[in-house]
Write a protein that binds this ligand. Structure first.
Ligand SMILES: [Zn+2]
Length: 303
């Protein structure tokens, strides 16, 4: 049994992702996705993402919104807010990616660590899609944990370069969750929500200043909250050269960031789910190496 763990859930292999080119030019082209998956598979077993039940999504999102999107009754303005046109693959990817995060959540309950090679669609609100995000996978899994009494103090540590605005709004009135977002002050979304803790960094922030903010501002808040479950959005769009980010971390800096987060969780015995969130580097190879570095950092601490 232990030989099959840790393992990673992935929606990348699904027919929905394989069908056609990526919907945005900033997304990793298919050939590089194959390289990423080959690198991941050399490190740990990969499992196909299970499809999320709509009932789980309805605990977080407006059922009327879900029904409309399921049927493709989406306006041009809604497609613009999402960032690409609606098609059935938008819905399918959302269900698979959210199903993978929920499966990783069950892994974390059983083994202490869960990994989703996708997920982290943190711009989705209760009744609207935004920023490539149709379903808020992490909030859906957090709600599932609370509904089933599996956790009472859930940390959502969002280190994607873009503020987790949908997550902050969805959990604003939830005392059993703490949302922390460390992001580029001048990055999308331009109208930000209020998280439990927001750390807005100036353009060009590099490794040293970023890691100092993590140690001096984020770590004390994490430790004071004493989470009994944590989600980590390990966005790679903090890297220098990201097409949609304005920070300037190096791959080594991201590896250090990831190692610190995994170390906090492991030392506190907090079950942790890691989702990959954004990454749109001009150099696909740098992005792939950084993603694999996140897996290596997790395996070094948890395996
Ligand atoms: Zn992002």
């Amino acid at each position: 049994m232990y030989s099959s763990f840790p393992r990673a859930w992935t929606a990348y292999q699904s027919a929905a992702y394989a069908a056609g080119p990526p919907p945005r030019r900033q997304f990793l082209p298919r050939e590089f996705v194959e390289r990423l998956l080959a690198g991941a598979e050399a490190r740990l077993p990969l499992l196909d993402a299970p499809r999320l039940d709509w009932a789980h999504a309805e605990r977080v999102h407006d059922p009327a919104y879900l029904a409309r999107w399921r049927r493709g009754e989406v306006t041009r303005a809604e497609e613009r807010a999402l960032g690409f046109p609606w098609n059935e693959a938008v819905v399918e990817r959302g269900l698979l990616s959210s199903g993978a995060t929920l499966a990783a959540t069950r892994d974390a309950l059983a083994h202490g660590l869960g990994l989703n090679l996708g997920g982290g669609t943190h711009h989705a609100y209760r009744d609207r899609a935004e920023g490539f995000s149709f379903l808020n996978d992490v909030v859906i899994s957090a709600r599932w944990l609370l509904d089933h009494g599996h956790a009472r103090r859930i940390l959502i540590l969002d280190l994607d370069v873009h503020q987790g605005n949908g997550t902050a709004a969805l959990l604003a009135d939830e005392p059993q969750a703490l949302t922390i977002s460390v992001h580029g002050a001048n990055n999308y979304p331009f109208q930000k929500e209020q998280s439990g803790l927001d750390v807005a960094l100036p353009d060009g922030t590099a490794d040293e200043a970023y890691l100092a903010a993590l140690d001096e501002v984020v770590a004390p808040a994490v430790h004071a909250f004493r989470p009994d479950f944590a989600f980590y959005l390990a966005g790679a769009d903090v890297l220098e050269g990201d097409q949609l980010g304005r920070l300037a971390l190096t791959p080594a800096g991201v590896r250090e960031r990831d190692g610190r987060v995994f170390g906090w969780a492991a030392r506190a015995g907090t079950p942790l789910v890691t989702v990959m969130a954004g990454g749109y580097n001009r150099d696909p190879q740098t992005l792939i190496q950084t993603r694999l570095g996140t897996l290596d950092a997790a395996l070094a601490v948890f395996a």
